[in-house]
Design a protein around this ligand. Structure first.
Ligand SMILES: NC(=O)c1ccc[n+]([C@@H]2O[C@H](COP(=O)([O-])OP(=O)(O)OC[C@H]3O[C@@H](n4cnc5c(N)ncnc54)[C@H](OP(=O)(O)O)[C@@H]3O)[C@@H](O)[C@H]2O)c1
Length: 253
């Protein structure tokens, strides 16, 4: 019997793959046989990751796409259709958080950007890929939400709203797409050391308080999200859809 975590012959699109959690997931998927299409706004950031994956014996390519722009999503999906004719895995991982502060201070521009990248982009990448995902026969979509989608974080209220909506979107699409053998799940990381969390982690007072609320008493490194993503992407989770897999050191317990 084939290894149930194998991604051999699967095509995986991973957004936000130039660093952090997306990069770690891309390495794990490539190590397990997937061809990884790495996406972020800047091609230069992706090229090093592609080179590292190839050096390790894996298969990957880079496509620049701002997921907050539907025309760019359409162009990404058109390239995948032309080259592969199917899509097995989407990891909607790219996100932004341009505003840190109480919600009553956010302006419309930053509100719209947060929703465009964190919610609209993931939705339309899935919507425009439905025929390609259906052609897989065993497609898996992973929406990278956050524990803040379940418990809004102070000073990150608007970001938290988008992550909560992503969980709702995951559940709704799981119901609608199950008949096409497209599974849709959410991964909810807790505090993970990346560029995204750098501002918070560099503040000793905040981070000490945050660690107190995490039963494991520490932050994660991006590689600690890879096993959960591999589980959700592979046949190991073949009867799992519409769920949230939380990797947070126990913070939500
Ligand atoms: N780190 C944490 O503590 C934590 C906790 C919970 C959830 N998360 C979630 O985990 C995911 C990954 O976060 P991370 O910490 O790994 O962040 P990160 O290290 O800052 O990486 C973000 C990635 O997203 C890309 N990106 C940003 N805006 C984009 C856009 N408009 N279009 C396409 N790509 C874009 C970035 O590349 P470019 O700049 O080249 O576009 C980069 O590859 C996010 O969904 C985040 O909300 C993180």
């Amino acid at each position: 019997m084939e290894n149930m975590f194998s991604l051999k012959d699967r095509i995986a699109v991973i957004t936000g793959a130039s660093r952090g959690i997306g990069e770690a997931i891309a390495h794990a998927f490539a190590e397990n046989g997937a061809h990884c299409v790495l996406v972020s706004r800047k091609i230069e950031g992706l090229e090093g990751v592609v080179a590292d994956i190839k050096k390790a014996g894996g298969s990957a390519e880079a496509i620049a796409c701002n997921v907050g722009d539907i025309d760019q999503i359409d162009s990404l999906v058109a390239k995948i259709k032309e080259k592969f004719g199917k899509l097995d895995i989407i990891v909607n991982n790219a996100a932004t958080n341009p505003y840190f502060g109480p919600m009553d201070g956010i302006d419309e521009v930053r509100w719209d950007k947060t929703f465009a990248v964190n919610l609209k982009g993931p939705f339309f990448l899935i919507q425009r890929s439905i025929d390609l995902l259906a052609a897989s026969g065993k497609a898996s979509v992973i929406n990278v939400s956050s524990i803040n989608g379940k418990r809004p974080a102070p000073m990150q209220g608007t970001y938290s709203i988008t992550k909560a909506a992503l969980i709702s979107m995951t559940q709704g699409l799981a119901k609608e797409l199950g008949s096409k053998n497209i599974r849709v799940n959410a991964l909810l990381p807790g505090l993970t050391k990346t560029k995204f969390s750098a501002a918070l982690m560099e503040n000793d007072d905040i981070v000490t308080e945050v660690y107190k609320a995490i039963p494991l008493g520490r932050h994660a490194v991006p590689e600690e999200m890879s096993g959960a993503a591999l589980y959700l992407a592979s046949d190991a989770s073949s009867f799992t859809t519409g769920t949230c897999l939380t990797c947070d050191g126990g913070a939500l317990a």
